[in-house]
Design a protein around this ligand. Structure first.
Ligand SMILES: Nc1nc2c(ncn2[C@@H]2O[C@H](COP(=O)(O)OP(=O)(O)OP(=O)(O)O)[C@@H](O)[C@H]2O)c(=O)[nH]1
Length: 321
């Protein structure tokens, strides 16, 4: 029986992990395996998907559309040899990935026969300015999509939904556009009810050289951070950041793990939920090294921020320095 693949694409911070988490939390008995690709050395996304029903495979420190394509195919082959086999596979790409390259890799004849690419979902922040869709990466992510899910409607102004739908229509992509409040998309849209036929192979579009446009910088601390100083530091860094995310403890609430997110100019800090606490406990057993108090990944356009500048600003958040 072929195992259908759902490929989740979308720009940095659009809401892909939120969609994948929602899907896994509402799996309703389906065995879903998730493959998560984070571009940085620390794979925060895999940790944020702690509640996966059939395990999460993390591919970090590279991009599955260029340097890790072999790893993706090997990972899929391993998943397909699992007993019991997953019934569905979700692949979450990093926000900098060109999905056309991943679609091309998934057209590998063996993978296509055993795990055909069924659906490509592009998650898009409703507040994305229409002009941003002219960007090559946005265009490529839209062009391969069967479904575009508009995220963060609750944060967008009143006309934003209509504006972005019009801009997507202007790109003349055949995708269905749906709203996805906090990652909620009916799973019937994403996975077929029966898996008795393989979808047709896809044409991934013209091959273009992978554009090196973003880099990730990681910062860790073995001390908790001062919340007020973190706010100041992020305020200083914000103009240079495309995306940041991480896990940290604050001096104000010692021992409480928080998830830090920065996307589309907006920073949030929320308590890490119970699922994360479980994954931490699992990580803490055996020979695993103790995790630092703060682990944050910053994604920036190439050359706009040096590691030394980042370290200098972030070190000010450590209370006793
Ligand atoms: N208010 C609100 N926030 C959302 C919604 N969807 C996602 N977010 C928030 O947006 C931020 C980024 O969401 P993620 O799901 O991590 O985005 P992503 O596309 O996986 O990010 P990358 O993998 O880094 O590209 C997080 O703080 C989410 O909680 C939504 O519908 N409403």
């Amino acid at each position: 029986m072929p195992v259908p693949i759902l490929l989740v694409t979308g720009f940095l911070g659009a809401g892909k992990t939120t969609v994948v988490n929602h899907l896994l939390a509402h799996a309703e008995g389906r065995r879903i395996a998730a493959v998560v690709n984070d571009f940085g050395a620390i794979n925060i996304d895999a940790e944020l998907i702690a509640g996966a029903s059939d395990g999460v495979v993390s591919l970090a420190n590279g991009c599955i559309c260029c340097s890790l394509e072999g790893d993706l195919l090997r990972t899929l082959a391993t998943l397909l040899r699992r007993d019991p086999k997953p019934e569905y596979i979700v692949i979450e790409t990093s926000g900098v990935a060109d999905p056309a390259e991943i679609v091309r890799n998934l057209m590998d004849p063996v993978i296509l026969r055993e795990a055909p690419l069924e659906t490509v979902l592009c998650v898009m922040d409703t507040a994305t300015p229409p002009a941003a869709l002219d960007d090559a990466l946005h265009r490529s992510q839209l062009r391969v999509a069967d479904i575009v899910a508009l995220s963060k409607l609750d944060l967008a102004d009143e006309g934003a939904g209509a504006r972005i739908r019009e801009a997507i229509r202007a790109q003349r992509v055949p995708a269905v556009v749906v709203d996805a409040q906090h990652g909620e998309i009916p799973s019937a849209l994403l996975f077929p009810a029966t898996v008795d036929r393989a979808p047709a192979p896809r044409k991934p579009g013209p091959k273009r050289p992978a554009e090196q446009r973003f880099e990730t910088l990681s910062w860790t601390s073995d001390q908790p951070l001062s919340l007020a100083r973190l706010q100041q530091a992020i305020g200083r860094l914000a103009p240079k950041l495309a995306r940041a995310k991480g896990l940290l403890e604050t001096v104000e609430q010692p021992g409480r793990r928080m998830v830090f997110q920065f996307a589309a100019g907006r920073a949030t800090l929320a308590p890490a939920d119970a699922a994360l606490a479980v994954s931490d406990a699992a990580l803490a057993v055996g020979d695993a090294p103790a995790l630092p108090c703060a682990r944050i990944v910053f994604i920036v356009e190439l050359g706009v921020l040096s590691k030394a500048e980042l370290d200098g600003i972030m070190e000010t958040c450590v209370a006793d320095r």
